[in-house]
Write a protein that binds this ligand. Sequence first.
Ligand SMILES: [Zn+2]
Length: 262
Amino acid sequence: MPTKRQNNFMRIAVCFLCVVIYGRPFSLDAEEPAQQEDQKQKETVPEKQPPRLTRLTIVIQEEALSQEGIHEWAGKAGQLLTEWYPKIAALLESDGFTPPGEVTVVFEKMDGVAYTVRDTIHISMDWIRRQPQDFGMVAHELVHIIQSYPPRSGPGWVTEGIADYIRHAHYEPEVPLPRINPDKASYRDAYKTTAGFFIWIEKKYDPGFVKKLNAAMRERTYKNDLFEKATGKSLDDLWKEYADTFRDASRQRGTVASRDRQ
Ligand SMILES: [Zn+2]
């Protein structure tokens, strides 16, 4: 039953029926004899294709319709969601899981920036008027739909850390993360702070770490010792090591600065 509020929305439903064509995986060993190549083809199991977005519904609340540029912004957000859905689904794949294929985005008058409930993203029209370049926020919210964590899956800082990890490691890696204060910051700070920590763990210890973390959250098997299993170090020791990289960096900068003053 549509509510009165829903009737006040203008609905633009877009069905994506395009066929995604994936190239056949290729090998750099191009000089292999043809016979071996034939044998290889017989043994190759077809590569699993990431799930794609099957339906995207964009809802613009009536009072947002007159906002300048709102349709263009919503269209760009729709393109982003379509393009990044299979990429994020592949980055966060886990055994036997398929994320919801239908996504709705609602542009509405509300406080804050955005939030996601199940397969629906709510975005503040005031926020996009003030921060029209903030498409990274849409990527962050899309991660929450693909995460689809059940209730009591694990700590909130992991959920938000993974969402910003996808945003900063994959969606907009050119945007620098803010420096942390090694004396005050914690991995529990979530968002960008935790995302930076996860990116560092993947670079230094385990490139598949976030995929494992995500699978544990989805299967409700998350425990802090997952960090130790992946890296050989406890979560607290790892954080200290990561925070110290900021201390070392500022000490080095301090040395250069004092040398410059001499
Ligand atoms: Zn979030």
